[in-house]
Design a protein around this ligand. Structure first.
Ligand code: AP5
Length: 214
């Protein structure tokens, strides 16, 4: 099963993708994580995208579609969770072709419906495990044992340079202008399932499970 998680910054795509990865043996394909890894490794792509990401703008379609194309092999996984890709109409069309070449197709598009103002609080309090990238929040979602990742037991955590209010607002504007308009492309195929992204992590997870199991 291949699914897309769609929603503005902070909607909970990464949180739910990690959960699906653990619970269903799927793989999370996050273009944001791929780009951040490229930055950390100082690759030519990483150097090219640094300033664009720090401004909260979208990286070029060619770069992200090439990255996704390199990660489509499922290995032993049961399917892929596309987290943060596609984000534009050309990316949606590129993904169709990339999957078709492999005899695959998108089964569900889960749209996390959220209140953007509340997302600013979510994002500015966010931190992740340095080792497995599990997401946490200062007020909303602390690890069960302070300073220890629930998932991998890691003890180092990181905050993203683009998680400040000004950049978050640019990222949200990019979502409204370039990403939300791809929904009709998937609606026409009858693939879009809407979930209340403002509910608790567990409630959102249960709603997604209900769609995937239906
Ligand atoms: P990317 O890394 O994809 O960031 P994003 O889309 O802005 O999404 P986030 O990771 O910020 O949010 P999320 O929805 O995953 O929320 P999370 O689960 O962490 O992209 C970063 C940049 O890379 C872009 O700006 C762009 O420059 C570039 N880029 C990436 N992909 C691209 C593409 N395809 N094309 C072009 N450019 C691209 O949750 C947030 C917080 O809320 C966490 O603290 C979490 O614990 C908490 N939380 C989650 N769910 C809940 C809940 N239900 N209730 C309470 N708290 C919750």
């Amino acid at each position: 099963m291949d699914i897309i998680l769609l929603g503005p910054p902070g909607a909970g795509k990464g949180t739910q993708a990690k959960r699906l990865e653990e619970g269903r043996g799927m793989i999370q394909l996050s273009t944001g994580d791929m780009l951040r890894s490229a930055r950390e490794a100082g690759t030519p792509v990483g150097l090219r995208v640094r300033a664009v990401m720090d401004r909260g703008e979208l990286v070029s379609d060619a770069i992200v579609s090439a990255l996704i194309g390199e990660h489509l092999d499922l290995g032993g996984a049961t399917g892929a969770i596309f987290d943060g890709y596609p984000r534009t109409q050309p990316q949606a069309e590129a993904l169709e072709i990339l999957l078709e070449e492999r005899g695959r197709k998108i089964d569900h598009v889960v749209e996390l419906v959220v209140d953007e103002e509340e997302l600013v609080t979510r994002i500015t309090g966010r931190f992740t495990c340095a080792k497995c990238k599990a997401p946490y929040h200062d007020e909303l979602h602390q690890p069960k044992v302070t300073g220890v990742c629930d998932i991998c037991g890691g003890t180092e955590f990181r905050r993203r340079p683009d998680d400040n209010e000004q950049t978050v607002r640019t990222r949200m504007a990019e979502y409204r202008e370039k990403t939300a308009p791809i929904l009709p492309f998937y609606e026409a195929k009858g693939l879009v399932r809407r979930v209340d992204g403002m509910a608790s992590v567990e409630q959102v997870a249960a709603a997604i499970d209900a769609f995937l199991d239906s």
